[in-house]
Design a protein around this ligand. Structure first.
Ligand code: C2E
Ligand code: SIN
Ligand code: SIN
Ligand code: FE
Length: 375
């Protein structure tokens, strides 16, 4: 091994090559999990280490978490540490300085906690702060044990600092994106609950069944992972228009008169008014699904009497999920059907009420769907 080279600070060309390669690898990932995984993988490759932790600071929870604890034989995927704990990550975050130790067990800042959890014996350790553009510490990169069992040298230190600088922007953006996405979903979920809670005793279960069924069906019909996620989440809002249906109809314990049923059918029109013109992908999908989920394949549905493929595929998927779940649950106007009877009903309506292609998938995936109802 060339010791000269090992110990030298990086030269400009070397830096540039690494920077370019690393930058290419981590660009365009807006899922935080994927991004952190890639960064950890790259760091392990570039520096040659056994363990790489990327601790992200979560001030609202007063903790560091590391999703990616990569390395051989690791069985868990997330670790949490208190922000003010006695460990290396906290020491680095608080001081803002790099920590490089050759023998961890003889250093008082080191806590065995992590080794105990991971069943790993740390010898050498290198940790650097991860800062945003304003210089605020947003996390810590921590490496344990080099592949060749030598202590970390100044070259490793320089490299890790460089990689931390390069990655911090991407990490911060991905974390913000995640937060916005979560906030969006939370809003949608609460809106959906508002729409359902009047006529459903167990809103949570009903929403969970429908979105899980939509997810299973969409996945097997060949939608991409992103589209599946979108359909799953958008399905939550399918009956949002029910907020405009008066209690004496929605909550009527018995069968609706034909006139009352006509008014009930207006819930799709109200959904249309609420969601029309929405710009986000998820609300756009929710619009399509909510307006058309009572259309039928043979054209006998409402509100527009659409036929066959005139009905958006997302709504054809939801129609199967919605009716199956409605049949299997108690409603104020009816008792729950046995699962087998509900299954037979869906199958009997393939090609009349429902898209046969969707019903085929429903049949194939029924064992998985049944599991939702066992819980
Ligand atoms: P929902 O309760 O969520 O039912 C959704 C769909 O599941 C219904 O759409 C229908 O296609 C199917 N479904 C539910 N229960 C049964 C059933 O016992 N037999 C059959 N064959 N299909 C069933 P639909 O009919 O367009 O109704 C839309 C919404 O109107 C229902 O949503 C419910 O909120 C309300 N609704 C329908 N009928 C009645 C009723 O007789 N009384 C009351 N109070 N509400 C009703
Ligand atoms: C798609 O529309 O993206 C594929 C699913 C289908 O058409 O069945
Ligand atoms: C109707 O009342 O005409 C249909 C409602 C239902 O099937 O539950
Ligand atoms: Fe509906």
């Amino acid at each position: 091994m060339n010791d000269e080279k090992q110990n030298s600070i990086l030269d400009a060309q070397e830096k540039l090559n690494l920077l370019t390669e690393f930058g290419k690898q981590i660009a365009h990932h807006n899922s935080l999990d994927t991004l952190l995984g890639l960064i950890a993988q790259q760091i392990q490759k570039i520096i040659g280490v056994k363990r790489c932790f990327i601790f992200i600071k979560d001030e609202s929870r007063n903790e560091f978490w590391s999703k990616i604890a990569s390395g051989k034989g690791l069985k868990y995927s997330e670790i949490h540490l208190p922000l003010n704990g006695n460990n290396i990550a906290c020491a680095v975050a608080q001081s803002g300085h790099t920590i490089n130790i050759a023998d961890a067990y003889s250093d008082s800042r080191f806590s065995k906690e992590l080794d105990i959890i991971t069943g790993f014996k740390t010898t050498s350790l290198l940790a650097v702060p991860l800062r945003n553009k304003e210089g605020k510490v947003i996390g810590v990169f921590q490496l344990n044990n080099k592949e060749d069992n030598t202590p970390f040298n100044s070259r490793d230190e320089g490299l890790l600092k460089l990689l931390a600088t390069l990655a911090s922007g991407n990490i911060e953006i991905a974390a913000l994106y995640e937060e916005v996405k979560l906030a969006n979903l939370e809003t949608i979920y609460r809106l959906a609950v508002a729409a359902e809670y009047r006529d459903q005793h167990d809103t949570r279960t009903h929403l969970a069944h429908i979105s899980a069924m939509c997810e299973i069906l969409a996945k097997k019909l060949g939608f991409s992972a992103g589209e599946v996620e979108n359909i799953k989440n958008a399905s939550l809002l399918h009956d949002i228009g029910k907020v405009a249906i008066p209690d004496h109809i929605l909550l009527k314990p018995g069968k609706l008169t034909p006139q009352e049923y006509e008014l009930m059918k207006e819930h799709t029109k109200y959904s249309e008014k609420i969601l029309k013109g929405a710009k986000s992908k998820i609300l756009e999908t929710a619009y399509k699904m909510s307006v058309a989920h009572h259309e039928k394949w043979d054209g006998s549905g409402y509100p527009n009497g659409l036929k066959g493929e005139e009905i958006p595929i997302e709504a054809r998927i939801l129609a199967v999920a919605d009716v199956f779940d409605a049949l299997c649950m108690n409603r104020i106007y009816k008792r729950a059907w046995p699962l087998q009877k509900a299954y037979d009903y869906i199958v009997s309506k393939a090609g009349t009420d429902f898209d046969s292609k969707v019903v085929e998938v429903f049949k194939k995936e029924f064992p998985q769907i049944l599991k939702l109802y066992e819980k």
